[in-house]
Each structure stands twice: as structure tokens, then as C-alpha cells.
Design a protein around this ligand. Structure first.
Ligand SMILES: Cc1cc2nc3c(=O)[nH]c(=O)nc-3n(C[C@H](O)[C@H](O)[C@H](O)COP(=O)(O)OP(=O)(O)OC[C@H]3O[C@@H](n4cnc5c(N)ncnc54)[C@H](O)[C@@H]3O)c2cc1C
Length: 200
């Protein structure tokens, strides 16, 4: 059994911690936020790999994972349906995944308000410094502290995130309203391959 620290208690950190805990290790998540993380909206598409990973993390995966969606509709700039096709999937939200992963991890293995300031490596393990001045020894540190990772900045300072020039927009509205709007825009195309806009 290894003593493992995980820097960052978001989806990546919680997933790593839950999996390592169930593999028999002694794990502690160190999350700098002093409180439970806020939801970040809906629109996460689930798939079997995600469900299997959640199960391996000890999360309960049932019909409350998300909302079943039967089909997709492509609207043009005028709001008219270009096409519609059957595509059954379960969509969920960031907050739902976070809640499942938090519930799977015992409170004793999770610390809030613990900002990692740096790490020293030696032959026998790591020593992790917190911003509070506290120092923690472990066999291994998993850096799951996001795109602006403190640990990456220390160990690989030349590696910098670069803006790729993409912009993505997303929105969610009440299912009942969306269904009414979709029903109002009848569309004869039924398969994605028939729709020139479907790959967008
Ligand atoms: C609405 C929405 C829909 C999405 N849909 C999808 C999807 O369909 N498919 C998909 O793959 N992805 C999707 N994503 C993206 C994915 O969910 C996020 O990228 C995910 O949150 C990344 O998790 P992470 O743990 O790697 O990093 P982050 O969420 O960035 O978490 C990093 C964590 O580390 C903590 N931290 C940072 N520095 C320190 C430090 N020094 N010490 C301690 N803690 C620290 C931060 O406070 C934070 O909690 C979606 C995201 C959103 C918001």
C-alpha cells in the first residue's frame, strides 16, 4: 500500500483518488478551494467508458446519472430545423458527476482549503508543501490541479497552455420548452448522414 497525495479535488483528482483508494492505497485529496466546488453547468455526454470508470470509483451508476435524450436536431441561424436524427444518449451535468465522485470518497480522504505550493522529490518519495506552511510526506503525488497546474509550473516550467483560437458556446433550457420548440419545427430528414450540417 502506497501513501498517495492528489493535488486538486475536481473531476480528475476525485476519479484518481477513488480508483487508487479502491486499489488498496492510502489516498488524500488536497483541494485548494475552501468549499465544495460549484456546479459548472450541464451538457456532459455520458458513454459506457465513463459509466465503467465511475463504477470502478465506487460511484452508484443508475438512472439518476442524467437525462435520456432520444435524438439530435440541427437548427439553422433562423432557428429552423435543418435535420433531426435518432441518437439515444444520456446527458448529465458537471455537478452530478462531481457529487457522485465526492459521495464515493470518504470525508477522511478529502481536504478542502489545502493549496499545494510545491513538491520536493527524493529517493524515498515526495514532500508536498502547502500554502499554509504545512508539509506532508508521501510515496507519490498525483497532479490533478488543472490547466494552470502549480505542479506542472514547477516541474515543467517551459510547458505553457496555448490558446488554440477556438470558441465554443453552450446553452441549456427547460426540457419541456425545448421539446415544444423542436416539435414546432418539423423536419423530414431522419439520419445524420443525410444532413450536411450534422458534423458541426
Ligand atoms: C458544462 C461543461 C460540460 C463539459 N462537457 C464535457 C464532456 O462532455 N466531455 C468531456 O470530456 N469534458 C467535458 N467538460 C470538461 C471537463 O468536465 C473539465 O475539463 C473537468 O472539470 C476537468 O477536470 P480536472 O480535474 O482535470 O481539472 P479542473 O476541473 O480544472 O480542476 C482542477 C482542480 O484543482 C484545484 N487546484 C488548482 N491548483 C491547486 C493547487 N495548487 N492546490 C490544490 N488544488 C488546486 C482547482 O481548485 C480545481 O478544483 C465539460 C465541462 C463543463 C464545464
Amino acid at each position: 500500500m502506497a501513501r498517495i497525495l492528489v493535488s486538486g479535488g475536481s473531476l480528475g483528482g476525485l476519479m484518481a483518488a477513488n480508483a487508487l483508494l479502491r486499489a488498496g492505497h492510502d489516498v488524500t485529496v488536497l483541494e485548494r478551494s475552501p468549499r465544495s466546488l460549484e456546479g459548472r453547468g450541464a451538457g456532459i455526454v455520458t458513454h459506457e467508458n465513463l459509466r465503467e470508470a465511475l463504477r470502478q470509483c465506487g460511484a452508484v451508476v443508475d438512472e439518476t446519472l442524467g437525462v435520456p435524450v432520444a435524438s439530435r436536431v440541427v437548427l439553422n441561424a433562423a432557428g429552423e430545423a435543418e435535420c433531426r436524427w435518432e441518437h439515444p444518449q444520456v446527458l448529465t451535468s458537471w455537478g452530478r458527476l462531481y457529487a457522485l465522485l465526492r459521495a464515493a470518497l470518504p470525508a477522511a480522504n478529502h481536504r478542502l482549503g489545502a493549496a499545494v505550493a510545491g513538491v520536493e522529490q527524493s529517493e524515498t518519495g515526495v514532500r508536498v508543501r502547502l500554502a499554509s506552511g504545512e508539509s506532508l510526506a508521501a510515496d507519490l503525488l498525483v497532479a490533478a490541479d488543472g490547466i494552470r497546474s502549480t505542479i506542472r509550473a514547477q516541474l515543467a516550467p517551459a510547458v505553457q497552455p496555448q490558446y488554440a483560437g477556438y470558441i465554443a458556446g453552450g446553452a441549456a433550457c427547460a426540457t419541456r420548452r425545448a421539446c415544444r420548440a423542436a416539435r414546432a419545427r418539423r423536419c423530414s430528414t431522419t439520419s445524420a448522414s443525410d444532413c450536411p450540417k450534422a458534423s458541426r
